[in-house]
Design a protein around this ligand. Sequence first.
Ligand code: ZN
Length: 474
Amino acid sequence: MEHLPNEILLQIAECNWEDTGSIGQRSKIFATLSRCCRRFYRLFEPELYTQIQFGSWFALPDINLIGRLWRNPELARRVQRMNLEFVLCGELEEWPIEPTGDTLELIEETLAEMFGPEDDHEKDIRRQHLLKPCPEAWAATILPRLINLKSFGIVHQHSCGCVIDLFNRAALRKRPFHQTTLPFPHLREVILDSHPGIVYASSDIFNAFFCLPSVRRFLGFTIYEGNEVPEGDQVLLSPQPYSRSVRELTVANLLHSVGRISWIDRACTKLEYLVVKMAVEEKDFSWAPEEDEPVEEKFGFKTRQFRQALLTFTGTLRELHLVATIAFDMFWRLYAEEAFGSFREFAVLETLVIRHAFLVGRSPDPEAPPRNQVPLFLQLPASLKTFEVLQVIDEMYMSLSIELRMLVQQRGSFPHLQRLRLFVKKVDESILRPLRVDCQTAGINLEVFDPNIEPWEWEQIPSFYLQRMTRASS
Ligand SMILES: [Zn+2]
């Protein structure tokens, strides 16, 4: 044991509580370990409160710990990561035990700090949530104390809105943030996960995260482009001096978007990394239009409108993924689609990953010519290092390989180009051979793949995007 490095010991300790997920269980294990010997004390004691979680396991020990954090600012300052899973508000039949006088006192103390005298109605409603007990309401109670929070994650299912209300208050500098210049000054990363197939979250609900001073990375999974919550607009439109700080935005999967993504055109000013992965809900096509309705007009992703919004970032955007789920690609095969248009203005773009139909446009008639006929080498920026084309349209496989040969032959115009990647259904080497020769001559790495089935498409956040977040935050 004494030869094991500290990192391994920490990993073993984390494994012992992650199954239960209970904040109370984690602190119990770490507290016990820290009492074993001096080495363990130095190793585990500082870790006692660094990350916390709430969810369906929520119970009285968790409330007691929240009380401890709430009353001891030094302990609360240790928390750097918080994960929440909202599934239970209103569904607990009764308290595990009757709330004690201490808990009732804590509830009244926190309510007095959160709500002013003019908010009596809201205060009464929140009291009911806390008494249920609602894990989300309790999470909202402790959040204002977590001033060193760096990472915040939500699994959003049946939220009752208490936490979102709290972040809206932070963005608008309302109570309890009315005297705070920089709410959540160290919060750099937000991960939002909805339970796909059960609930889809409207993008507007989460606008507040784009108005906090330090959030740099935002990952949203299974959301739809919405404009349904007036508070959302109120948050985004409010003139706050430290807002719109997100640099890296991943929205995958995005349902029901027409390209007017308010997070992009109103909530960011210096985007460097953007992933938009379009999706359709294959289990529920109830949103699909009636016969004779103009499908493209009403539901199609307006690629050009999206491009227009991106023009704000021509000097900052280094990596762009405009991609789609397989279900999306198959559904829109029946309809016309716009092409994105030129990327030339994006002067620092180094990585472009794009679904073929977004690149060239598409007509429902497979014999029709592509809608965007400008040669590829005239559309891409000189800064490009990596270019990937996904879901290559079968009928355009040949013409794409010719376009890519022309691109490679213009090596002087693309001095940084290092890698081309294609994802095609059937790799035809006779078509690819001339391109392979040209790439070899030009010193460019060409890779061609069969597109894999994406088992995660409806189940969970794609690991590729999560790994990026984890790497960036470590
Ligand atoms: Zn609740």
